[in-house]
Structures are given as C-alpha cells and as structure tokens.
Ligand binder design. Structure first.
Ligand code: UTP
Length: 288
C-alpha cells in the first residue's frame, strides 16, 4: 500500500542562520544546485509519496513561489528557445502535489505537526525534517515502510552518535529485534549524556501513525516551553508500537552554518560536474 503523504515542517525561525533568515527561509538556502527543501521532496516522491504538505510561517512565501509555475518566465524561455532551462524550471513546479499550511505561532515541532491533522486524516504519513540530508536518499524511507508493514508500527530513523552530541538530539531506549531494527521503549529529548538511555539519536525521518495527533493534543509544553514531538511519541508508545531503523550510510545536518558548508562540500565533491575541480582547489588551499 505504501505511504502517500509526507509532511515537511518549515515554520521554524532558523535562528542559527540569522541574520540571513530574516529575508531568506533556511529551507531555501542552496545546497549545491537546489534549495535544501527540494532534497526532501525528491526523496519522498521517489518512494511513492503523492502529496507533500509543507508547514510554513510568515516570511516563507519564497518556498511557495519556488514550487509554483511561473507562466511569464516559462513563455520568455520558450520564446528564446532555452529548452534546457525551461525543462529545469518545469521540473521543479511538477515535482509533487504540494499543499501548504501556516503555523501561526512557532510553539515547537509537535505543535507544527498538529497543524496538518485535517490534511492528513486517518492514515500513516512521513514527517521529514528538511535539514537532514541522507547519503542513501529514499532508501531510508523505503526501509521504514518495510518495517511499518512488517510490525504494524510507527518508525523513526536513528543513528548512533558520539557522547558529546547526545544533548542535541531526541534519544531512544530500545531493544534489537532484527538486523538494524529496534523496538523503542522510551524517548528523551536532548538529555545530558549521563542521563541518556542509549546513544541512538532520532534523525529527521519519522513514519507516524495518525494516533500521533491525539498524543500531541495531550502533550504539555516541555523543553524550552515548546510542544515537543518527542514527548508526544513517548505518549504514543503507551498504546502503539514504535520501532527504530538504524539506517545505513551518512546523514548530513545542513541546519547550521558549519553543517551546511560541510554538506555543500560533500555533495559538490560527489557531483561529476563540480567534484574534480573542487578537489583540486581544496588540495591547493590545504597546502597553503
Ligand atoms: P529546529 O530546531 O531546527 O529549529 O526545528 P529552526 O527554527 O529550523 O532552526 P534554529 O534552531 O532556530 O536555528 C526543527 C524543524 O522543525 C520546524 C523547523 O522549521 C525545522 O524544520 N519547526 C520548529 C516548525 O515548523 N515549527 C516550530 O514551531 C519549530
């Protein structure tokens, strides 16, 4: 049956990129040759998602403009015979059936997810945080669907992290049930390393049962006064199974200036049209 809907929260302030994010949404910053958020949408559509819902906020209109058709631009390119550019422009506006909803006040990721309740209805859906870029692209989501179908459960993507990174992530307590698959028994948002139940951190991809909305509704503001998705998941597992998928391959965090730069360089080195030249350039710079 697969998963037909994906939700991408993009209503956050993007404070770590201020002051750029006063005028440009973090999700629209370019990673090599396309905006950060496009990676997520391509990943979703490649594994059968038909409808994408983007959660936005004021000042984020450029996301809608980017994925919309631009009749004037297209006819100008057509008249000039710029066929390749026209294809590129049309590719973006035909990527997916995208809907938008505004989170009027930024009260946290859990609160953001609640805004899509009526658009999702009573079916499981993907929640994808756009800052997280995966080396194995849609393979992560495909495995999550497989686990969801085998165990009739919600699924989170996890990765083992270093001790000093633990207080930046949602951490799960879990028990192995199969190769790379774990049953989750508890979750804690950004614990201190000494209080963490494991070193498995949740990494920006969730396959959620619609019961999550009810759980978010009952969740009180937690860390930083925000309604935390991790707290709602903690409530979900009282009644509904949650499994963790330890994905293979790398994941890059494009959500901080340093992480964004590392992700850009990594992708550019892998890309045949830029890789050799950049490698050469970096080698020269490193010798200085
Ligand atoms: P982050 O913690 O990365 O926050 O949110 P942020 O605003 O994007 O960036 P910083 O920390 O201020 O630099 C994780 C995801 O949840 C979304 C964000 O857009 C991001 O995709 N989010 C967060 C919302 O949609 N609404 C919120 O109220 C909070």
């Amino acid at each position: 049956m697969g998963i037909k809907k994906a939700v991408i929260p993009a209503a956050g302030w993007g404070t770590r990129f201020l002051p750029i994010t006063k005028a440009i949404p973090k999700e629209m910053l370019p990673l090599l040759n396309k905006p950060i958020i496009q990676y997520c949408i391509e990943e979703a559509t490649a594994c059968g998602v038909e409808q994408v819902v983007i959660i936005t906020a004021s000042g984020k209109n450029s996301i809608e403009d980017y994925f919309d058709s631009d009749f004037e631009l297209e006819s100008m390119l057509e008249q000039k015979g710029e066929t390749r550019l026209l294809e590129k422009v049309r590719y973006v506006s035909n990527l997916a059936d995208i809907g938008y909803i505004r989170q009027r006040v930024q009260l946290g990721l859990g609160h953001a997810v609640l805004t899509v309740k009526n658009m999702i209805g009573n079916e499981p859906f993907f929640l994808m945080l756009p800052d997280d870029i995966f080396e194995n692209k849609e393979f992560v989501l495909k495995e999550m669907i497989r686990i969801h179908e085998s165990y009739q459960c919600s699924v989170v993507a996890v990765k083992r992290i270093a001790r000093e990174e633990i207080n930046r992530y949602g951490i799960v307590a879990c028990k192995k049930v199969a190769e790379r698959v774990y049953k989750v028994s508890d979750l804690i948002e950004k614990p201190e390393a000494d209080e963490a139940p494991s070193d498995f951190a949740i990494m920006g991809r969730y396959l959620l049962a619609p019961e999550i909305f009810e759980c978010i509704n009952k969740t009180k503001p937690g860390r930083n006064g925000e309604i935390q998705l991790t707290d709602a998941l903690k409530r979900l597992i009282r009644h509904y199974p949650l499994y963790a998928y330890e994905f293979e391959g790398e994941r890059w965090d494009a959500g901080t200036p340093a992480g964004w730069l590392e992700t850009t360089i990594t992708l550019a080195l892998k890309e045949p049209s830029t890789g050799p030249r950049l490698r050469n350039y970096l080698n020269k710079q490193l010798k200085k």
